[in-house]
Design a protein around this ligand. Structure first.
Ligand SMILES: *[C@@H]1O[C@H](CO)[C@@H](O)[C@H](O)[C@H]1NC(C)=O
Ligand SMILES: *[C@@H]1O[C@H](CO)[C@@H](O)[C@H](O)[C@H]1NC(C)=O
Ligand SMILES: *[C@@H]1O[C@H](CO)[C@@H](O)[C@H](O)[C@H]1NC(C)=O
Ligand SMILES: *[C@@H]1O[C@H](CO)[C@@H](O)[C@H](O)[C@H]1NC(C)=O
Ligand SMILES: *[C@@H]1O[C@H](CO)[C@@H](O)[C@H](O)[C@H]1NC(C)=O
Ligand SMILES: *[C@@H]1O[C@H](CO)[C@@H](O)[C@H](O)[C@H]1NC(C)=O
Ligand SMILES: *[C@@H]1O[C@H](CO)[C@@H](O)[C@H](O)[C@H]1NC(C)=O
Length: 449
């Protein structure tokens, strides 16, 4: 049995390097991978982030001996089918202390941004108060920092008060099964960890899973790592810590190989042929520290800003209004639009509507944001395009009373001028507050350009 397994592996390695094409003898290892779980968090990020498991003891009970069935079949594929039954409890996150006896962690040399200037933030009093009321300690602290206008503490606030800091780490593993939600399980040793930081599912159910085997993989797959905010700001930014050599010599593993994910990867120079998803087996796996809890580090953000490299016109004179049509639609949006258009006309600035129902390509969306001198609109995925906005852009966010400061933080770390006006539970904003914010922006941008 064991010998056959070795032979199987050898054949598969050859397949991989030959890159298929002809009739090749190939083998299948049968498996049922059943991983049962304790709890399942399905929380809305930004409103209910739970602490990661602090228990660093974790158990994978093996119910049956790891049995491997091999059969020689004809195929042009090189899939591996592992049969086993596993139960996992409390697997810790990779970066928790004292767990890396079976994988290595290295620190990336920190990216220098000493010369990078940070932005400014201005919150409506109601928004500051909503921070105090937030159940997250980190947000309460932020409310105090903002109320006291304590710039030194603001500079140090990383959004992660409860979860520690970033140090640009990278973990390397041998012989692991990697799942699309960030779980990593050793092929033979009974060990598991999870990538990510705050949110994760404790539940994995796999029956007779088929895995493709890769020699070298960089994985940025994390729980929820496929969404409009989560992919670029939590997963993709992890590549900041991966060297060019590591990147071009590896497959890039993501949560979901969807259209948006591929567009982002293309922007940072990764060809979709190298992008993989699903459950895989990696001989050698590199996992960089990703942007946990929706709070990518300054390194992460600066790296992505530079990578995206959208050209910025010499003179910017446009107010960009974001319209949400798909979800969280504002009932009186037409009125707000008329108001902003009128403001633009009077101030002699161009007006552009960014309607999420008619979005151009990702590149063109980013170009719009790079072109704008003022960006205004409700909290939501569209604002992730701020990553292309150059210093000095003024951002007005209609910020929900159930606070989520991810765009405030992004703006601040990019060196933008950020203003929050309250977005109430009934999805309305007050016109006078918008007016005040627009005038503030206009004053700022006039002095900047
Ligand atoms: C930062 O600014 C200083 C002084 O302006 C300059 O000497 C230095 O080269 C700059 N560093 C970087 C990384 O741009
Ligand atoms: C971890 O480090 C040890 C010692 O340097 C090395 O032998 C091993 O190959 C490394 N493993 C991985 C997965 O990088
Ligand atoms: C997994 O495959 C084995 C072998 O083919 C089979 O006996 C078993 O019933 C399968 N289990 C599930 C859950 O499909
Ligand atoms: C960014 O794009 C400009 C052209 O728009 C190009 O000249 C420059 O080299 C690019 N920078 C990087 C780092 O790719
Ligand atoms: C959303 O888009 C649909 C389709 O274009 C349109 O019929 C509808 O009026 C839009 N809703 C709003 C609130 O603009
Ligand atoms: C950006 O601005 C430039 C020059 O101001 C203009 O030519 C271009 O069409 C604008 N692009 C977008 C997407 O608005
Ligand atoms: C929406 O809620 C706000 C705050 O509670 C309130 O002031 C406003 O009148 C409400 N607007 C509408 C249209 O219901």
């Amino acid at each position: 049995m064991c010998q056959m397994k070795e032979r199987c592996v050898a054949v598969m390695e050859r397949n991989k390097s030959l890159f298929l094409g002809r009739k090749i003898i190939f083998c299948v290892t049968l498996s049922a991978l059943i991983i049962s779980i304790e709890t399942f968090f399905h929380q809305s990020i930004g409103t209910n982030i739970l602490k990661p498991d602090k228990i660093s003891n974790y158990i994978i009970a093996q119910k049956k001996p790891n049995s491997v069935f091999l059969s020689l079949v004809e195929s042009s594929s090189d899939l591996l089918y592992v049969y086993c039954e596993i139960e996992v409890k409390n697997a810790p996150f990779i970066w928790e202390k004292d767990i890396q006896s079976w994988f290595n962690i290295t620190n990336h040399i920190s990216i220098s941004h000493k010369n990078h200037s940070l932005g400014t933030v201005k919150l409506d009093l109601e928004n500051t108060q909503s921070l105090y009321k937030n159940r997250r300690k980190g947000y309460q602290v932020l409310g105090e920092i903002i109320e006291r206008h304590d710039l030194n503490r603001l500079r140090r606030w990383n959004g992660l008060s409860e979860y520690g800091i970033y140090s640009g780490r990278k973990a390397t593993f041998n012989d692991v099964i990697m799942f699309s939600n960030g779980w990593i399980i050793h092929k033979t040793k009974q060990l598991a960890v999870r990538n990510g930081g705050c949110l994760s599912e404790n539940k994995l159910q796999m029956h007779n899973v088929t895995v493709t085997r890769y020699k070298r993989v960089v994985s940025i797959a994390v729980f929820w790592g496929e969404g409009a905010w989560h992919f670029p700001m939590e997963a993709l930014v992890g590549l900041a810590y991966v060297t060019d050599t590591e990147q071009w010599s590896s497959f890039i593993h993501v949560t979901q190989k969807n259209k948006l994910v591929l567009q982002w990867l293309k922007l940072v120079g990764i060809n979709e042929k190298r992008v993989i998803h699903g459950t895989i087996l990696a001989d050698y796996l590199i996992v960089p520290e990703t942007g946990k809890c929706g709070s990518p580090s300054q390194d992460h953000i600066q790296w992505l800003y530079k990578k995206v490299n959208i050209s910025v016109p010499f003179k910017r004179n446009t107010v960009l209004l974001i319209k949400r049509n798909k979800s969280r639609v504002m009932p009186h949006f037409a009125k707000i639009q008329r108001f902003v258009e009128k403001f633009a006309k009077e101030a002699n600035i161009n007006f552009l509507l960014h309607d999420d129902n008619f979005l151009p390509s990702l590149h063109d969306q980013l170009q719009r944001f790079a072109n704008a001198s003022i960006v205004i609109g409700p909290h939501g995925g569209g604002m992730v395009n701020l990553i292309a906005a150059p210093k000095g852009t003024c951002v007005i966010e209609f910020s929900p009373m159930e606070a989520n400061v991810c765009y405030m933080r992004l703006s601040y770390l990019l060196g933008l001028t950020y203003v929050a006006v309250p977005l109430y539970g009934n999805n309305t904003v007050k016109e006078n507050k918008i007016k005040e914010a627009l005038n503030y922006c206009q004053g700022k941008t006039n002095s900047n350009f």
